[in-house]
Write a protein that binds this ligand. Sequence first.
Ligand code: ADP
Ligand code: ZN
Length: 614
Amino acid sequence: MKHRDALDILRTIYGYDEFRPQQADIIDHAISGQDALVLMPTGGGKSLCYQVPALARRGTGVVVSPLIALMQDQVDALLALNLNAAFINSSLSPSDIAHTEEDLLNGDIDLLYVAPERLLMPSMLSVLDRCEISIFAIDEAHCVSQWGHDFRKEYMSLNVLHERFPDVPRLALTATADQRTRDEIVQNLALDDARQFVSSFDRPNIHYAIKEASNAKDDLWRFLENNHPDDAGIVYCLSRRKVEETAEWLCGKGRTALPYHAGLTGAVRQKNQARFLREEGVVVVATIAFGMGIDKPDVRFVAHLNLPKSVEAYYQETGRAGRDGQPANAWMSYGLQDIINLRSMMQGSDADEQHKRVEHHKLEAMMGLAEMGTCRRQALLAYFDDHLENPCGNCDNCLSPPKTWDATEAAQKALSCAYRTGQRFGVNYLIDVLLGKDAERIQRFGHSSLAVFGIGKEYTTTQWRSLFRQLIAKGLLSVDVGGHGSLSLTEAARPVLRGECELNLRELDSRQEKRSRSSKKNKSLAVSIADKPLWEKLRKLRSQLSEGKPAYVVFTDSTLLEMVEQKPTTSEQMSGVAGVGVHKLEKYGDAFIDAIKEYEMFADVDYDDAGEPA
Ligand code: ADP
Ligand code: ZN
């Protein structure tokens, strides 16, 4: 099996025709024995970048990964290709480990997955000393960065690989893009001489939409019903309580929705994650504790019910949708309260001032993305120093540009209301004053006699909230989070108050109708109505054949979709479908061909209303 040509491996084992741009270069580079740092978005195809060199070179490819819970699935996917793969981590018994080590020493393993803490054990290193190693792949390499939020201290010691195995090429891979993380990876893994391969971070198949919440739950439900009535997806919430509530509520509505957060026991989390990976159409409702390394290719949507705390987090979380390259939705509904909550979480943390300032800027960038009126993809990519020439045509702002209006006068009212009441009050109070509410508290503070009392009756509470949110996002008001989210004016507010400049804002509440219409365009998968029964049939067959493993281990959605489109009825036709390699053709080919033939036979029959052939 060794010394094979990379393209031959791709075609026969994986059943794919061509390498994606970058993959071929990275693979050539690694096969020639050199180190590399690979930055590629989720779904970009990082796995092949180390798997193919591992197969093409002599010896075992060793993959370092922090994702113990997922190793079994990763190995299963390779076994399904008839490769010799194994993993070693703390979930195995000593005798299992001894067994795998023996296989390793006999040169019987193509790919070995290990957790970093295991790899660094003297006993493990000494086993590796006695093996032939084709390549070291350091997956999720950003875990070596203290700057990011996935820091693992064991990763810091991985430079030992360089010292101990100087002749083995190393490939560090990550989907985290920013320069600072990149620098830390190079430094901490001693990759100074490694070539860097940076792919575009664009995920063209993901449709981005961000809306202001009117009623978050109803919004979510409408989004799911319109776009993903039976798809798998992730719903992110900020708090554990909201996770629990939302999951329960979705279950009540008939969806299979499972909670996932750090407050659940390891066993429950593990079980819910496993169901998400193995069953079709499961929704996981989660805090950010969920998702790193989730390899599920057919996550059709990622929904945020709260604003993430940075663009990095947003990009990483939404990036879990559509790994298979098929259309997917990144949808978010958020409100003013999110900004206040995030600010107070940041303020209340015991991080140092420097760190807080950084977090503050990151949140501001995220708010900017949420509030903007032009192409979101261009902004998102620009944030990662990536450049997109033209507006993308696949985000809410491209498909239905928001209307703007001259909000100068309304903003002046809002700002002076904050100013006149002493910059000590939160948004709810300020809106009550603007609307001239007869509240006891307003009387008590004597604010009913102010000139701003009741000057804002032309707008509703919701509209005022939207306006305040935009003023905060634009940096005209700042939220003091020490107390109760009281709003104070910033320097930037002064020219607006003095009437020295105009302020154009997004129309308040304007887009909900249009937004849901446009997101309908991004119906999950491109299965035509006519082919839906075949699609369902093949999905069912896939589940039956998966033997308790995730269904995509048999074939991914992309592969099934191609079968539905091409309807192959011979082995030769079947082998032309992307994702059908030699081994899978042999193992599953006939079953799928039979299913397609059976379907074709009845496809011309008309059915009456009762579903009986007429
Ligand atoms: P990443 O690890 O970068 O998130 P994966 O390695 O899981 O991405 O790849 C994402 C999907 O793309 C997988 O289903 C994989 O089989 C598929 N894929 C990767 N490379 C190719 C290729 N050259 N042709 C077709 N499909 C590919
Ligand atoms: Zn766009």
